[in-house]
Design a protein around this ligand. Sequence first.
Ligand SMILES: [Zn+2]
Length: 419
Amino acid sequence: MKGKIVKIEADWVLPVTSPPVKDCAIIVVDDVITNVGEKRYLSKFPCDEIIDCSGKILLPGLINAHAHLELTGFKGKIKRGLSFTDWAREVVSMRNSYNENEIISSIKNGLDELISSGVTAIGDFSQTGITARIFKEKGLKGTVFLEFAGFNPELKDQRMKVLKEKIPQSPPLVKGGGGDYVRFGIAPHSPYSVSRDLLKESYKFAKNKGFPIAIHISEIPEEVEFIKGGSGAMRGLLTEFGVWDDDWKIPYSTPVCYLEGLGILKGTTGIHLNIVTDEDIRILKENDVSVVYCPGSNRWFGRNWKYPLREFLNNDINVAFGTDSLASNECLNMFYEMRIVKENFPDIDNNTILRMATINGAKAIGFEDVTGGIAVGRKADIIGVDVKESSITDPVEYVINMAERVSFAMAAGKIIKDR
Ligand SMILES: [Zn+2]
């Protein structure tokens, strides 16, 4: 066998792709997991190094399927209780005043917070694309979704030109070795901020090149009101931003139906989807849309309606979690997100919640079969949580109820946070 062989031993391993194992060992060759099993069966396995993680629960690196790391520096700077449109005004004006150094330090600070809370892969919406370089420096995986708006059709050609300039060719990922850990994708901002033609053309471009696509969809009542009837606060905001289009045709439908009608939903990742109808859910399933639920962001905004999580799960839709940005969340911590879900949905079992924070996230950001589980052939993205009690019987429950930080993190076989 070629490559450096490392054995990691721990009290518990939660592979996610299979049931928890007590007194477990994982064999990693270079960046890939090659064996997972009880310690006693792997005791004689020849290896170059043993990493002792006794007193810890190991699990796959968590996946934050939706962030805006460029906005990390906004933490605590936007007051709570604003309407969404007032919030958007604040964010846009603050974002315009940020220079490149502030953006870079925002991204780095955000990543440090995510690494210390066990995240090893991220779906980041980025206006600059700078995140890709920093993901690589930090050894993380991720899809950098280049985000753009452009409601007025006159902006289409310029936006497409910028997108094509920013997006380099990224080689496809290969399970079990090779490939690139950092990919690019595209993110038309939302159905209310991007014109029909720009939505369609950017989708076609991404599909032809094999880039993943993500869009904010059905986040707020103002968006639904606008797409259904062309009225409300959103129209005022677009006018104020100088992008209103007098010839815009009102879709007279829900945001989901509108995007399906444009033919741009197939395989897309939908961020939020806070407000949906039964028909929307059917369409999302039919189009294999992954949904990214942002529990902390919804809490921050004080949205007190029930998230349709149960409905998505009942319809076998892939649901992942995202932190969104610190312009609308208290922290960048996936354990915090999981705990909010547990509070909001005490009847949803812990294994399902953990899957949403790991393997489902991998699918949502275009890393299906590569990360999100501790299984043979997947990349060695492994985190460790300290067990502070003398004995535990349910390690999944322990992680969801108790974990806040990790004391060990490995990404593609490299230690990024040491014990
Ligand atoms: Zn977002």
